[in-house]
Design a protein around this ligand. Structure first.
Ligand SMILES: O=P(O)(O)OC[C@H]1O[C@H](O)[C@H](O)[C@@H](O)[C@@H]1O
Length: 184
């Protein structure tokens, strides 16, 4: 019997994935400005907001799954907590699972009518995202938020729908206290 190493290995201490064809993408403040209520001129354009590691599983004869890790930095923009861009899935039949491996945050979910609700994320929390809901991560703490994700390869990212109908709430951290405000 042939025994091989795993294709990928997650370094839990460093919060990263290494291995075969891992796609790593970095979101800097320059590309994330539109996610927040206001622009923060004091924040350098090249401030790292979040990193996404995606393990690509290409296989033609099965309905495949992707595995990923999103690492969100403890950065605020005018006291607004760091968020991912957020998206609906192009294929609403595709659910997603998130597992929080480190940190604290909120998983913001929005239905097709723009109604939002959230789940609290903490080390070990497991979240099932219904395929019809838009989803966005929010780092509410002053340390990194690390979230493992599993989703079907054919889910797709529909960012346009959330641009046309933005999340109806924003999360702020003022003197360590979390406040939720309507997004008008
Ligand atoms: O693409 P965003 O909305 O910025 O979210 C960042 C990433 O979060 C998770 O890791 C998802 O599973 C990824 O598919 C997504 O790309």
């Amino acid at each position: 019997m042939k025994i091989t190493e795993a294709k990928w290995i997650e370094n839990f201490k460093q919060g990263k994935i290494d291995g075969e064809s891992v796609e790593v993408s970095y979101k800097m403040y320059a590309q994330a400005k539109s996610f927040y209520a206001s622009e923060d001129a004091s924040l350098p354009q090249d401030t790292l907001m979040y990193t996404v590691y995606t393990c690509q599983t290409k296989n033609d004869h099965t309905q495949n799954l992707n595995w990923g890790l999103t690492v969100m930095e403890p950065v605020c923009v005018h006291q607004e907590c760091n968020v991912t861009r957020g998206h609906f899935h192009e294929d609403e039949q595709c659910d997603e699972i998130y597992v929080c491996q480190k940190g604290e945050g909120l998983l913001l979910l929005m239905d097709e009518k723009g109604q939002c609700h959230a789940e609290t994320m903490r080390e070990g929390s497991i979240h099932h995202i219904d395929g019809t809901l838009a989803h966005r991560l929010v780092n509410t703490s002053d340390s990194k938020l690390e979230v493992m994700c599993c989703w079907p390869v054919n889910a797709g990212h529909d960012y346009k729908r959330v641009e046309e109908m933005p999340f109806s709430v924003r999360v702020f951290r003022e003197n360590g206290k979390i406040t939720i405000k309507e997004n008008r």
